[in-house]
Design a binder for this molecule. Structure first.
Ligand code: ASP
Ligand code: MG
Length: 405
């Protein structure tokens, strides 16, 4: 019997009626003769609501108690879904992350899954049950509840698929697949049928909200196929897999992602000598803040400028850390801007085609869009610009690279 893992996001299970609809889809899969494991998010908006409650007490709330709180959203939906399945005549059981044996490290609010004891889920499957598991959560080896970072139930679903050697990991959401860019910005955006996990990882890391980047990373590493599907419409969705045979013949650029949740920090006039970068970024990493783009200019008169981006949520804390570093090596100035956006073009075709970056820059220049930072990888070019430029930049690039065709 094949094992199918299905994940339903918050909008798919936002009401009891929608949960009933989801239950029907699960039943179809079960009646097809498969073993079905379902991973669910909290009802849409619930995790934010819980988080906001804690923020009333402490606007910068973090850590263990926050996880105890925000993990409860998923405990509501697993129970409601299991109850619905039972009501429809199917044997089902709900499991929290801890009950399902999902062991994580102890980095609260951003924990990583370390192992899954698959015997728990397997035993229930073997007894004919549909198993409903809470996404987004796990437990440390000491029994503390953890969460996996926002959007983390995607990662739960992929990790469970790996642990059970599932045939496919189906991620059900409110869109019918992955698009060349956000259709709300570019109405000409097209659904992608098949994309490599490598490209999807870049798109997700660069701001595409469809899947949590960690989920894609996990799937690529263990070679599990993910299919993104709509809960509300029939269709084949988007397949994300390692294999890129079908992808080879298509466009050079697969998609354009953007990220409005970033901020930029610059420290000016730091000594141009070995070890400075690690002295600046070390304290930031210690605070568990992810640094993304990093640019250091060529030093002049023994001094250099150092610029990098961090998540907008971490802007204040990163700035504080930077101001401390600035004192330590008497830097001239710390400046920051949290009204920026990062726009990234992604495609494996970049490996074999030259001139993509220069075309991107000239298209932006023709539209009077000023670029403040640039970074590239083998299959990605990212730029940082003022957030007011977002719509225009995405639209002109989408068109210039024929993504609307
Ligand atoms: N409920 C969590 C969130 O809103 C996890 C998820 O939906 O994937 O981020
Ligand atoms: Mg999500």
């Amino acid at each position: 019997m094949a094992i199918i893992v299905q994940k339903y996001g918050g909008t798919s299970i936002g009401t009891v009626d929608k949960i009933s609809l989801v239950a029907d889809k699960i039943i179809v899969e079960k009646n097809n003769g498969n073993d079905v494991v379902v991973v669910v998010s909290a009802m849409s908006g619930e995790t934010d609501k819980l988080h906001n409650l804690a923020k009333i007490i402490n606007p910068e709330v973090k850590g263990r108690e926050l996880d105890v709180l925000i993990s409860t959203g998923e405990q509501v939906t697993i129970s409601l879904l299991a109850l619905t399945l039972v009501e429809k005549g199917y044997d089902a059981i709900s499991l929290t992350g801890s009950q399902a044996g999902i062991i994580t490290n102890n980095v609260f609010n951003k924990a990583r899954i370390e192992s899954i004891n698959n015997s728990v889920i397997k035993n229930y499957l073997n007894s004919g049950k549909i198993v409903v598991v809470a996404g987004f959560q796990g437990v440390t080896e000491h029994g503390d509840i953890t969460t996996l970072g926002r959007g983390g139930s995607d990662t739960s679903a992929v990790a469970i698929s790996v642990a059970l050697d599932a045939k496919e990991c189906q991620i059900f959401t409110d869109v019918d697949g992955v698009y060349t860019t956000d259709p709300r910005i570019s109405p000409g955006a097209k659904k992608i049928d098949h994309i490599t996990s490598e490209e999807m990882l870049e798109l997700s890391s660069q701001g595409s909200k469809v899947l949590q980047p960690r989920a894609v990373e996990f799937a690529g590493k263990y070679d599990v196929g993910i299919r993104v599907l709509s809960t509300f419409e029939d269709g084949t969705g988007t397949l994300i897999s390692k294999d890129n045979k079908q992808v080879m013949e298509k466009a050079i650029i697969s998609g354009i992602a953007f990220n409005k949740d970033e901020a930029q920090l610059t420290i000016r006039g730091v000594p141009d000598q070995p070890g400075i970068a690690s002295l600046i970024l070390g304290p930031i990493a210690e605070r568990n803040i992810d640094v993304d783009m990093i640019v250091q200019n060529v030093g002049e008169d023994g001094l250099a400028n150092f610029t990098f981006t961090v998540p907008r949520n971490d802007y204040k804390e990163a700035k504080k850390s930077l101001l401390e570093s600035a004192k330590n090596f008497s830097a001239k100035k710390v400046i920051g801007n949290d009204k920026i956006v990062k726009i990234s073009m992604v495609g494996v075709g970049m490996r074999t085609h030259a001139g993509i970056a220069s075309k991107m820059f000239s298209v932006l220049a023709e539209n009077n869009i000023n670029i403040s930072m640039i970074s590239t990888s083998e299959i990605k070019i990212s730029i940082v610009t003022d957030e007011n430029n977002l719509d225009t930049a995405v639209n002109v690039l989408h068109k210039a690279f024929d993504l609307d065709k």
